[in-house]
Ligand binder design. Sequence first.
Ligand code: CTP
Ligand code: MG
Ligand code: K
Length: 171
Amino acid sequence: MGFVSSLIWAFWYILPAYVANASPVLVGGGRPIDGGRHWRDGRRVFGDGKTWRGLIGGVSAGTLTGLIQYFITPGFYGALKTALMLAFLLSFGALLGDLVGSFFKRRANLPRGAPAIGLDQLGFLIAALALAYPVKTLDSGQIIFLLVVSPFVHWGANYFAYRMGWKSVPW
Ligand code: CTP
Ligand code: MG
Ligand code: K
């Protein structure tokens, strides 16, 4: 596998995580996952930016992405079951990482929507890679590549969503 194609495959591999992380801005809203509850420090557990609809919608969108990917490149996954399992774990991992990130942001007294550089751009990615690891993983060069480019993809996607009027802040 050539160098450039290995990087393209890394993108292809992680796509469900990106979709899962980005889609809640459109499909989210409604009841927050923490049910409005507060942690013992008196601040919200996760906050109003983490909703059930965002979680379920994001996992669904990411898993559906994997299904479509399987029909485009079945050889990359081997079996449909593998593609679906991988996409589900990447998507669920992405949103779990995002949720854990919000937990730490609230503990640091950052309000909903406040930026946390590093955590916002990489938390979802690291959790997605970790959960998907048992099904299929990347080589270390591909993982480093994703760690480097994902913050820029994240900023680009958020800026786009801001310009489209889907969110109120560009980060
Ligand atoms: N969202 C959601 N449910 C999730 C994740 C995200 O509904 N599980 C929606 C919310 O409308 C959220 C938006 O997607 O405001 C953008 O997500 P994110 O930037 O992760 O949330 P923030 O509002 O910045 O909240 P936090 O400070 O907790 O990260
Ligand atoms: Mg945010
Ligand atoms: K986030």
